[in-house]
Design a protein around this ligand. Structure first.
Ligand code: HSE
Length: 292
């Protein structure tokens, strides 16, 4: 039996919602699973990712283990359109695909919440996983070790532009620069700004979003690892867009209601940046991962 799972890209954090907020975007990775008698064969990706540590396979095995099912052989084919190590949820997409793939092949006995629990234990934070499973804009918490995710409404008029650079930044490296402890003023800053980001996204209030989409827990520590960050942030603010790092970066996100922003960025970026940045307009994916 064979099954293909389509998983959306996700942008996590949305500024102050570190490890909590996420949004699914219409850019997809498809992963096909076919059970065989024995062995592991992974195709469609770089040779370096064809071993048993491939996240789709790790997650596939974790779900089978939780179902007390034997892992036989499997062929996995990855058709990835989500760029790797760019802050758009490529790793979460593989985990989600592996989890759903294994569950579907063994009779769909686990709920989506059950699959989120298993994959969250592997990823360590649910902010990409929740929107990848459920679609749309989500906020998540981990309570007693278990993730709880809810959807939030989004105004329909937002333009989301992902600025994807020609260099990558592995998430472990981008997490290693973060301090273990934060001070109270910074914690309050993020809690308050985070609540208002969600309201601004719901209302379509660009000025409120611009003000609220600021962070003191991760972006100040990461921006030095991303050449051109400050130049792009400063330009985004000049033209009135809300700006943040997408996940752990290095992709940068501009959120606006100005339909001409892409054109403006195309003209301006070559003059203010050292690297090549692809500007990708991405619509929200209101539907999460599914069998195709
Ligand atoms: N919340 C995570 C981070 C997203 O910022 O490190 C990337 O996995």
């Amino acid at each position: 039996m064979r099954v293909t799972i389509r998983v959306p890209a996700t942008t996590a954090n949305l500024g102050p919602g570190f490890d909590a907020f996420g949004c699914a975007l219409q850019l997809y990775t498809d992963v096909t699973f076919e059970e065989t008698e024995s062995g592991l064969e992974i195709t469609g990706c770089d040779e370096a990712f064809t071993g048993p540590d491939n996240l789709a396979y790790v997650s596939y095995c974790a779900v089978l283990a939780s179902l007390s099912e034997e892992v036989k052989g499997v062929k996995i084919h990855i058709d990835a359109h989500i760029p790797i190590c760019r802050g758009l949820g490529s790793s979460a997409a593989l985990l989600v695909a592996g989890a759903i793939g294994a569950n579907v092949l063994r009779g769909n006995r686990l709920s989506t919440q059950g699959l989120l629990n298993i994959t969250n234990a592997m990823e360590g934070h649910p902010d990409n996983l929740a929107p990848a499973f459920f679609g749309g804009l989500t906020a998540s918490m981990v309570d007693n070790g278990l993730p709880v995710a809810v959807n939030f409404p989004l105004h329909p008029d937002w333009e989301i532009l992902a600025l994807v650079p020609d260099f990558n930044l592995p998430t472990p490296k981008a997490r290693a620069v973060l301090p273990e402890q934060v001070n109270r003023a910074d914690a309050i800053y993020n809690v308050s700004h985070g609540a208002l980001v969600l309201k601004a996204l719901e209302l379509g209030d660009e000025k409120l979003l611009r003000n609220a989409m600021q962070d003191r827990l991760h972006q100040p520590y990461r921006k030095h690892m991303i050449p051109d960050y400050e130049a792009i942030e400063s330009y985004a603010k000049t033209v009135g867009a809300a700006f943040c790092l997408s996940g752990a970066g290095p992709t940068l996100l501009c959120i606006t209601r100005d339909k001409t922003l892409k054109e403006k960025l195309e003209k301006k970026l070559p003059a203010i940046t050292q690297n090549a940045w692809e500007i990708m307009p991405l619509h929200v994916a209101f539907e999460g991962a599914k069998v195709v």
